[in-house]
Write a protein that binds this ligand. Structure first.
Ligand code: SF4
Length: 403
């Protein structure tokens, strides 16, 4: 079990490495490739087809189970194959350029990635590790920036720069295991991992980068590799209705909905995507979510904004709306960020809201803010890649509605 005190001898924190020192990768990384794609790469190197399945198994084990950082470490792979692989590929992860450690043990990593078109330029994303007594959760990003501009979210003030690749998504989990010394090896028996849960709740809207997120999560949940069960992976969406069903069918992970308001008028303002997919449509998609049951409840996230969405009338309507959906409600005290227009609800009001929802039969935990001192809490993530002016944000909101 992961505990704050139980962190192994993780590497020491990193000061931010300046952007000017960025060196783009010289060779592509194999991280993020499926078994079929790995077999194809081996074929290109001249590995005969009859050997490919066995070689793929070996690579899979070394890359995703052992966390090998070079082909040299892969002692069960023939020397010739290792040399041929190293000439064309790497097993590099995204570059970690800064690490901050909160006084509650939360860790935030700033990762540098090549720009999609101009390889000399770099982009940055963040990912956050949150240790708790019974689990260790990694909050993973799916895009550099975000198009959706939710009013309470710091990431939403950043322009969408590009989608992450499957490799860059899987790479975040690998970076966390590297930095926490959390790979399976002789000293680390299975079942004693620090990163036990994944939430796709970092920067970006995962369902607007569907294919890469699906491919990455299928790798992460493969039990011969990273091996994090689909029940321990939660995909959070602000409500991209057409892709919700696909997520259930093609990925099969737990679903979370960033709800935050129970009336369309307010949700249009807080989560502008609501103008395209209003509450009734969103909740119907949840009712139809493949695999939802009392054992696999859908989480509804609800950020508590003082005087905006935190009245008992809101709580009553919330309970009414969720009728018939196997649901739990996650109340999130608003985490302020520089320039935000909202305040967090008073603690007393959060408790009253939570009690009402709980008495109506729904689990309604209040999420303890984690890593606030390093701006790693919910809705606070943001890299310096691209900032938006207020005018640009408005234009983007309009664009998001017409996508
Ligand atoms: S809450 Fe999520 S979808 Fe909304 S702006 Fe922030 S990152 Fe984007």
């Amino acid at each position: 079990m992961a505990t704050t005190a139980g962190l192994r001898d993780a590497a020491a924190p990193l000061e931010k490495i300046p952007l000017e020192t960025y060196v783009p990768p010289a060779k592509p990384s194999l991280i993020g490739l499926s078994r079929a794609e790995l077999a194809a790469r081996l074929g290109e190197l001249g590995v005969p087809e009859r050997q490919q399945k066995m070689r793929v198994q070996q690579l899979w084990h070394w890359i995703y189970f052992r966390g090998a950082q070079s082909f040299d470490e892969m002692s069960s792979v023939s020397k010739d194959t290792r040399t041929a692989l190293a000439a064309r590929f790497t097993v590099d992860r995204p570059e970690v350029v800064a690490e901050q450690i909160s006084n509650d043990g939360t860790r935030k990593w700033l990762l540098r990635l090549p720009s999609g078109d101009d390889l000399q330029k770099a982009h940055e994303v963040e990912c956050v590790y949150i240790p708790e007594t019974d689990r260790g959760t990694l909050c993973v990003s799916s895009q550099v920036g975000c198009t959706l501009n939710c009013a309470f979210c710091h990431t939403g003030t950043q322009r969408l720069v590009r989608n992450l690749t499957a490799g860059e998504i899987v790479g975040q989990i690998m970076v966390a295991r590297d930095r926490l010394n959390d790979w399976a090896d002789r000293e680390t028996p299975l079942g004693n991992r620090l990163v036990t849960n994944i939430v796709m709740m970092g920067m970006g809207e995962p369902l607007y980068n569907f294919d890469a997120v699906r491919d990455a999560l299928l790798i992460v949940s493969d039990n011969e590799g990273i091996g994090i069960s689909r029940r321990r992976i939660t995909l959070s969406t602000s409500g991209v209705v057409p892709n919700i069903k696909r997520a259930g069918e093609e990925i099969g992970v737990m679903l979370a909905i960033s709800l935050h308001a129970v009336r369309d008028e307010l949700r249009n303002e807080l989560v502008p995507l609501n103008r395209k997919y209003p509450i009734a449509e969103l909740l119907q998609a949840c009712r139809d979510y493949p695999g939802a049951s009392n054992a696999r409840r859908i989480t509804f996230e609800y950020v508590m904004l003082k005087g905006v969405n935190d009245s008992l009338d809101d709580a009553r309507l919330l309970v009414k709306l969720l009728k018939g959906i196997p649901a739990k409600i996650n109340l999130i005290p608003f985490n302020p960020w520089p320039g935000s227009a909202y305040e967090c609800s008073d603690w007393e009001q959060i408790e009253k809201f939570s009690e009402y929802v709980f008495n109506a039969g729904y689990s309604s935990p209040v999420r303890t803010p984690r890593g606030r001192d390093i701006l790693a809490a919910c809705g606070q993530l943001k890299s310096e890649t691209e900032k938006l002016s207020a005018r640009e944000r408005q234009a983007l909101r309009a664009m998001a509605m017409t996508d």
